[in-house]
Design a protein around this ligand. Structure first.
Ligand SMILES: [Zn+2]
Ligand SMILES: [Zn+2]
Length: 280
């Protein structure tokens, strides 16, 4: 069975995220392990990690996924690139400290330097971060992007190219964001579109490398290359896709995480809707 959940805040302490997720009835949650808009963060004190893991162990939350900082850009130049590799190494270490197996990462932006060069830089940056974190379990999940600006990873083929280049299957996977895929030009309306997407993922990436889904409807049209999340069933994608995903047995134990706006039906409403679609 798919694991339904949402992104939750860590305000007040990492363990608070577990409490928030549990109150919403989440089976999986996503968190930032540090301020996503800052480069540096002090290391996680041991008591904080212990408290987080204890709260998680006794909760009904099966999986926790971390989302990396928005500042990281492995395809950037010089200092920002180096800083990004160091920051990624630190984020992997934070996941390890917290017992988190998956870290979602935006592949990056080539800043006008061309997609081919950008993909190569991302792959090499990932390989360096992996080299510097031997013996760790955390897997980096490259997220599909909407194609805004010079972002890398708006197609399944782009991500597959990077994965093939990096190679290490135990350390790298993919996060499929429905809003980003749709904005990037993938047709997702209707069951046959969903089946086509999954076949493409299977052929180019492999289903076992899909670490999680981000379930977001889209406030803008297919191919808009804009990243505007909407409540489930209230955007241009519509409800059917989400029903296909959460009820598909191939996503057994795979976190299906909301990143929908606050307000409106809220997390409660979106989670209840996904549960209904799944049938329990
Ligand atoms: Zn993201
Ligand atoms: Zn996302």
């Amino acid at each position: 069975m798919s694991l339904i959940g949402t992104h939750v805040s860590v305000a007040g302490g990492l363990w608070k995220a577990v409490e928030r997720g549990e109150a919403l009835g989440c089976e999986a949650i996503q968190i930032f392990t540090k301020n996503q808009l800052q480069w540096r963060a002090s290391p996680i004190p041991e008591p904080a990690a212990t408290r987080f893991m204890a709260a998680w162990a006794k909760s009904s939350i099966r999986k926790v996924v971390a989302h990396g900082s928005y500042l990281l850009n492995l395809a950037s130049v010089r200092e920002t690139r180096e800083k990004s590799i160091v920051a990624l190494v630190e984020e992997i270490a934070r996941c390890e400290t917290l017992g988190i197996d998956d870290l979602v990462l935006h592949p990056g932006s080539h800043l006008g330097d061309g997609l081919d060069n950008g993909r190569e830089m991302v792959a090499k940056g990932l390989m360096r971060a992996i080299e510097r974190t031997p013996g760790t379990r955390a897997r980096v999940l490259l997220e599909t992007m909407s194609g805004q600006g010079h972002s890398i990873g708006s197609t399944i083929e782009d991500l597959a190219w990077i994965l093939d280049r990096v190679g290490d299957i135990s350390r790298i996977g993919v996060c499929l964001d429905t809003c980003h895929l749709f904005a990037g030009g993938h047709e997702l309306r209707g069951r046959s579109s969903y089946d086509r997407l999954v076949r493409s993922v299977e052929r180019h990436i492999g289903l076992e490398r899909i670490g999680c889904w981000h379930l977001n409807d889209s406030r803008t049209e297919m191919g808009s290359r804009r990243d505007r999340h909407q409540h489930i069933g209230e955007g241009f994608i519509g409800a059917e896709l989400f029903s296909c995903i959460v009820s598909d047995p191939r996503w057994e134990d795979t976190p299906c995480l909301l990143e929908t706006p606050k307000g409106g039906p809220g997390d409660e409403g979106n989670i209840a809707l996904l549960r209904k679609m799944r049938g329990h």
